[in-house]
Design a protein around this ligand. Structure first.
Ligand SMILES: Nc1nc2c(c(=O)[nH]1)N[C@H]1C(S)=C(S)[C@@H](COP(=O)(O)OP(=O)(O)OC[C@H]3O[C@@H](n4cnc5c(=O)[nH]c(N)nc54)[C@H](O)[C@@H]3O)O[C@H]1N2
Ligand SMILES: Nc1nc2c(c(=O)[nH]1)N[C@H]1C(S)=C(S)[C@@H](COP(=O)(O)OP(=O)(O)OC[C@H]3O[C@@H](n4cnc5c(=O)[nH]c(N)nc54)[C@H](O)[C@@H]3O)O[C@H]1N2
Ligand code: SF4
Ligand SMILES: [Mo]
Length: 721
């Protein structure tokens, strides 16, 4: 008989930090349950967590370094792959300059302690301006606004969902996402508790999604108009004498300038654009000021749109102006066991902005990275600084970034593409080398970023549980090994190792670094103490931290950063623009409980059942286009067209259509056999890289103007090109 046992870890697939009880036999996962003794997640588990074992055993997983020769893939020894990659990188940088080699890291990087520490180190050591990440299709506006207002991108306010009375959700869907920049496992229970204590949940979203369905009220708002809505709410507060900084008054600058700034945005004036009547807008403002404590949570819907930075700023201002910033039940700044704000400060990563710009379109750098809106053109446009080689880590740009088809052409033409990935997916199939890393349960993990944005202070360490396949390496090792090779090939004057202290870092590894950071943090924890607490430890509710948390002169938050104040003029001009182009609909995205961006569609248990890659269309828009339930439609934009089945529903606002992202698995050369059977079409084959937030450069993936027409006959999967 095989001996089995149960161990406790944290699921690292999304931001929610669910504790999991894993039954295993020392080699394989036998079952996954939610860990009832986890003080934070209290037994919660979503369908993806239950599929953790599927990832480890996926027969399509890459388990040895692969080298592509034409259409064929050959397993090669690590030393051969690393050596050749490093020598080609060094040769390219010698011949064409440091910028000729780029780096892109994707979302799971943030879920790997080793990749956070060592991937960023690697990126810096490349010495290239061409660093990109999924941040610029995600939280870039949020990080930028924190650096502008609080002097540090790592100072992030989080809704105190467990004590608020009014929880407003604007452009997020936590019931599905389980919270983001609001780590909140078991969100359903938290929302039930909110209502049980007499509080209310109000959702403002162009779609009546899963969170809206459990809300007290849901209002449709037109995509990309949140800044108008918030500006009108702020004007109401100032005009009606409801704006009051309270305790924070001595700790801010720029307050006096604010009332005049919002004068052009009367509720009556913005109402037609927002799609919400003026009385409702003013009512929301009053409710927020009087019905508190109140917290408004904006996320992907408010970030990846044309006014991402402006909207994020106005959201924070709404809390300052109603006394809900840094207040119990409002927004609070977590006190994580690893003090991320301090780490950012001492490692020089508080968030630089605009120190340099992208070569072709002049998009601004943030924290040494350029927005992905500039990626394709930086790969394609000849001249000094053109990216000739790209390394990706835990990303799938072909499916995740705007205008995926252009990107796939550009990636396919690179002199060198290296992907550190567990799969030969839609992006890595184009690579010259795939370097396979371990997965979460095979390496030591501590969710350093997500503890820092959690609705409660907790700490939970997950030591490696199961042995990894012999041919894979921990991601941090891959980065350090590559750095070592680069150093070897650069030689002499260009030696990196001494400056970076490579030998010391190698000895410490992520565990050693974590232990040191815990010891420097406020909780008195050490790695050894954490290891003795397999269910994690509760460090208590969030507490007010201002002004000590502000990393600015005099510890004062800047309520009126010049670059954001200037952008109000662009918002004002939006008021005079037509609501929509003739006949165009606005395309937005959605997530599903059973998928994780582009990469969990190869688990049978997650993809089985009805087709999920459908276009949501309001009955009026469907009728006007002769679209019927289940029929196929063509969705076309400036950049391309796809074909998808139609789902007619009143859950979407008239004038808006909605698709999930992360599909489009029909592409030749990827090895994901299950995903291929549920290929769907990629929304990012129609999103437009030229649409971005003018301030931050973050892509505007939401609100894309598209035309939708009925297809004739049966289309091929994934649609047109
Ligand atoms: N239209 C539209 N597009 C979107 C969004 C949207 O809402 N709408 N959302 C955006 C957002 S928020 C994000 S974060 C991005 C995500 O964009 P990306 O991060 O580029 O894409 P993912 O789908 O998360 O790809 C993750 C890749 O990492 C691999 N992987 C998984 N675990 C590991 C690991 O431990 N190590 C390594 N090395 N690789 C691993 C997977 O196989 C997969 O290939 O997509 C964005 N794109
Ligand atoms: N199950 C699951 N969970 C996930 C992920 C996943 O893929 N699947 N991905 C993870 C990642 S990487 C992230 S970043 C988080 C994202 O977490 P969330 O932001 O909570 O999730 P989304 O589903 O993207 O929610 C965005 C909402 O904004 C709405 N929206 C779109 N455009 C606009 C607009 O212009 N204005 C307003 N007000 N609303 C708009 C959409 O209808 C949608 O309801 O989720 C994480 N969790
Ligand atoms: S909600 Fe996120 S952390 Fe929790 S089980 Fe699901 S994927 Fe894992
Ligand atoms: Mo994300």
């Amino acid at each position: 008989m095989v001996e089995t046992r149960t161990d406790f870890r944290v699921c690292n697939l999304c931001d929610a930090l669910c504790g999991v009880a894993i039954q295993h036999d020392g080699r394989r996962v036998l079952s996954v349950r939610g860990d009832e003794e986890d003080p934070f997640s209290r037994g919660h588990l979503c369908p993806k967590g239950a599929a953790l074992g599927d990832l480890l055993e996926d027969p399509d997983r890459v388990v040895a370094p692969l080298r592509r020769e034409g259409d064929r893939w050959r397993e090669v020894p690590w030393e051969e792959a690393l050596d050749e990659i490093a020598s080609r990188v060094v040769a390219l940088q010698r011949a064409h300059g440091r910028d000729s080699v780029g780096f892109y890291y994707g979302n799971p990087t943030a879920h790997s302690l080793g990749a956070i520490f060592f991937g960023l180190l690697f990126a810096r050591a490349l010495g290239s301006h061409n660093l990109f990440s999924s941040n610029s299709v995600d939280s870039l506006p949020r990080l930028l606004v924190s650096s502008l207002m609080y002097g540090n991108q790592a100072v992030l306010p989080v809704p105190d969902i467990d004590r608020t009375r009014l929880f407003m959700v604007l452009g997020a869907n936590p019931v599905v996402s389980n919270g983001s920049i609001m780590t909140a496992p078991d969100i359903d229970r938290r929302l039930k508790d909110l209502r049980a204590r007499g509080g209310s949940l109000v959702v403002l979203d162009p779609r009546r999604g899963e969170t809206a369905r459990v809300a007290d009220r849901h209002h449709f708002v037109r995509p990309g108009t949140d800044a108008l809505l918030l500006a009108a709410m702020l004007r109401t507060l100032f005009r009606e004498g409801l704006a009051d900084l309270g305790r924070l008054a001595p700790h801010v600058t720029g307050w006096e300038a604010l009332p005049a700034l919002f004068e052009p945005f009367a509720a009556e004036r913005v109402a037609p654009a927002v799609g919400l009547d003026a009385a409702a807008i003013a009512g929301l403002a009053r409710e927020f000021a009087r019905g508190g404590p109140a917290a408004c949570h904006g996320r992907v819907g408010t970030c990846i749109q044309e006014f991402g930075a402006l909207t994020t700023w106005l959201l924070d201002l709404l809390h300052f102006a109603t006394g809900n910033m840094d207040r119990e039940g409002g927004l609070l700044f977590p006190s994580p066991a690893v003090d991320l704000g301090a780490v950012a400060k001492y490692s020089g990563q508080t968030g630089s902005f605009g120190r340099f710009r992208s070569r072709v379109s002049g998009l601004p750098e943030f924290n040494s990275e350029l927005p992905v809106a500039a990626l394709a053109e930086e790969l394609e446009t000849p001249g000094r600084g053109q990216v000739r080689a790209l390394l990706t880590h835990a990303g799938n740009p072909v499916l995740s970034l705007p205008n995926g088809r252009r990107l796939e052409r550009a990636l396919g033409a690179l002199e060198l593409l290296v992907c550190v990935d567990i799969y030969r997916n839609e992006t890595s199939r184009l690579a010259h080398f795939i370097l396979p890393p371990t997965l979460g349960l095979e390496r030591d993990e501590y969710p350093v970023l997500f503890h820092a944005v959690a609705v409660r202070n907790t700490a939970h360490f997950s030591p490696a549980l199961l042995p990894a396949p012999p041919g894979v390496r921990d991601d941090w090792r891959i980065f350090l090994d590559l750095l070592g090779r680069l150093e070897h090939h650069r030689g002499g004057l260009h030696a990196l190792g001494a400056g970076l202290g490579l030998p010391l870092l190698k000895r410490l590894g992520p565990r050693g670094l974590l232990d040191r950071l815990l010891r420097l943090g406020p909780s008195g924890l050490t790695l050894a103490k954490l290891e003795a607490m397999p269910h994690g430890v509760d460090l208590g509710p969030l507490v007010p931290r201002a002004p000590a948390i502000f990393h600015r002169p005099g510890r004062r938050a800047d309520l009126a950063p010049a670059v954001l104040v200037r952008d109000l003029e662009r918002l004002r001009a939006r008021l005079d623009a037509p609501l929509a182009e003739d006949g165009a609909l606005q395309l937005i995205s959605r997530r599903s409980l059973r998928s994780n961006n582009s990469w969990m569609h190869n688990s049978h248990r997650l993809v089985k059942g009805r087709e999920r890659c459908t276009l949501l269309v309001h009955p009026d828009d469907a009728a006007a286009r002769s679209l019927t339930q289940g029929a196929r439609a063509t969705v076309a934009s400036r950049v391309g067209a796809i074909e998808v089945p139609v789902e007619v529903t009143r859950d979407i606002m008239p004038g808006v259509v909605c698709l999930p992202h992360g599909f489009g698995h029909h592409r030749e050369g990827a090895s994901l056999r299950v995903a291929k059977e549920h290929a769907g079409a990629s929304i990012n084959d129609v999103t437009d890289e030229r649409r971005f937030d003018a301030v931050s450069g973050a892509s505007a993936l939401n609100g894309v103007p598209v035309t939708v027409t009925a297809c004739e006959g049966v289309g091929k999967p994934g649609g047109l090109s």
